[in-house]
Design a protein around this ligand. Structure first.
Ligand code: SF4
Length: 471
């Protein structure tokens, strides 16, 4: 399983500001009201409510002389007026970008008809429209355009100012404005006020969802920008899941070999994505644990190594990564020719010896996938036939302290899982020059004359001898 998290995933600056400020204010005042969901994310709301924030749906629920948060989306103009009358102190956390849109509209509404491209019932749009005077129209979809044109024609205004919801789909905005402008004979200003945080995230979601098998979109179910990410992904990927947090994954079956893309909406904290990754990797670790547990060792050493690995896995959830300096997983291939009298080996620069082909798991719990990738990179062989179903051998290998690309690597253990393959010895071989200086077929009976690593000799002998028992 490979997991790719989008670089633009998660909190935008506006949401970050709102949440930080809300936390600061709650610490100071202990009790605060918030009109509507502060951001569209249940986890963030719960956290703030536990600290003393009270979410209300109507300003009537807010007592006089109290303190009221205006969330990132902003509010209707009348809320500011009512608050003033009732001595409600506003903590206005409206995102700066939305304030700019409101200001532009307020400046233009006396001599322009204002067209807002956005979701009619979205709080941002309801708030923004309240600053647009008497001549405005919200266009959400193509079927709204004719009514919009009629509304414009009814007024004597010759100028039209078109703006966008900050989280609207960029292509859809272009599409709707193109249709609208062809139907109007007016002076038109198009101001694409889609927030860069939104457009960058949508662009990356589009690219990422083309590259993966499964796309996980994380965010509130009523978050407009999150839903948009789901819509974009669905165009490119057949397995798209919109989830609020890792617990939603329990109902979803994801193929362990999948390449997974994760993109979180603007109101999703990083911790939620981190928990999802942990969950996915934890599920992977369970699978790997089961594979090792089901492996039947043939020697006392293998039996002991298997027990040590299983115990270590219970307390080290990072043992797929090199960051675990004591031990981490690697995978190796024992690649034989059709006659089964030769084995494919590489001449390893660091160990200055012929050695098996393999490499580090580096977070991938599918060790079979790891070894196939390594074989292709280190030998150029792409056609492989797996001769033994599952793990062929288990070995703990000690790695002595050494220098790698000028950096000190301390002594540690490799939990190596071996897999048995057959390859055609006529296939073209290539050398991965930054790690090896040769690659070639070595007579099976002479493997231990080729290797200068004493510790590897019993392992190579074991893998060769085991081959004789396989039909
Ligand atoms: S998406 Fe953009 S406009 Fe919306 S809250 Fe975030 S920074 Fe502000």
């Amino acid at each position: 399983m490979e997991i790719i998290v989008g670089k633009t995933s998660g909190f935008c600056n506006g949401v970050k500001f709102t949440i930080n400020k809300a936390n600061e204010m709650i610490k100071k005042h202990k009790k605060l009201y918030c009109l509507g969901q502060i951001v569209h994310n249940e986890n963030v709301i719960k956290d703030l409510e536990n600290k003393g924030m009270i979410t209300i749906n109507n300003i009537d629920e807010c007592p006089n002389n109290s303190k009221l948060i205006i969330r990132a989306h902003g509010e209707r103009k009348e809320i500011y007026e009512i608050s003033k009358k009732r001595n409600i102190e506003l903590i206005d956390l409206t995102c700066g970008k939305i304030k700019v849109i409101r200001k532009k509209i307020s400046e233009k509404n006396s001599n322009h008809f204002i067209v807002i491209i956005g979701k009619k019932n979205h709080p941002e749009i309801i708030g923004v429209q309240s600053f647009s005077g008497n001549n405005s129209f919200v266009v959400e979809k193509e079927s709204d355009i004719d009514d919009c044109v009629k509304s414009i024609e009814k007024t004597k205004l010759n100028k039209v100012y078109i703006i966008s919801q900050t989280t609207f789909n960029s292509n859809e905005f272009d599409n709707l404005t193109n249709i609208l402008t062809t139907k109007l004979n007016k002076e038109i200003i198009i101001d694409k006020t889609i927030c860069p945080a939104t457009s960058n995230r949508q662009k990356e979601t589009d690219e990422l969802s083309k590259k993966v098998d499964v796309m996980i979109i994380v965010g509130g179910k009523n978050s407009s920008n999150t839903k948009e990410l789901e819509v974009i992904s669905t165009k490119n990927c057949g397995n798209v899941y919109l989830i609020q947090d890792y617990s939603d994954l329990k109902k979803i079956k994801i193929d362990k070999k999948s390449k997974i893309g994760i993109m979180a909406g603007a109101s999703t904290p990083d911790i939620v994505v981190e928990e999802i990754i942990k969950y996915l990797e934890g599920e992977n670790m369970k699978e790997l644990y089961n594979q090792i547990e089901n492996y039947k060792p043939l020697t006392e050493k293998e039996k002991e190594d298997k027990e040590v690995i299983l115990n270590f896995m219970k307390n080290n959830d990072n043992c797929l990564l090199r960051e675990n300096k004591i031990a981490h997983f690697t995978a190796s291939g024992w690649i034989v020719n059709k006659k089964r009298d030769k084995v494919l080996m590489i001449y390893h620069n660091i160990y200055d010896s012929w050695a098996w082909v393999g490499g580090h798991a580096d977070g991938d719990s599918d060790l079979l996938h790891v070894v196939k990738k390594e074989i292709e990179e280190e030998t150029g062989i792409t056609k492989l036939k797996q001769l033994y179903d599952g793990i062929y051998g288990i070995n703990i290998v000690t790695v002595e302290a050494h220098k790698k690309r000028g950096k000190q690597v301390n002594a540690h253990l490799h939990f190596d899982l071996e897999y048995l393959f057959e390859a055609d010895e006529n296939d073209k071989l290539t050398i991965k020059e930054d790690e090896n200086s040769n690659v070639g077929w070595v007579p099976l009976e002479e493997v231990n004359d080729y290797t200068t690593e004493e510790k590897m000799k019993p392992i190579y002998k074991y893998l060769s001898d085991k081959l004789k028992k396989i039909k």
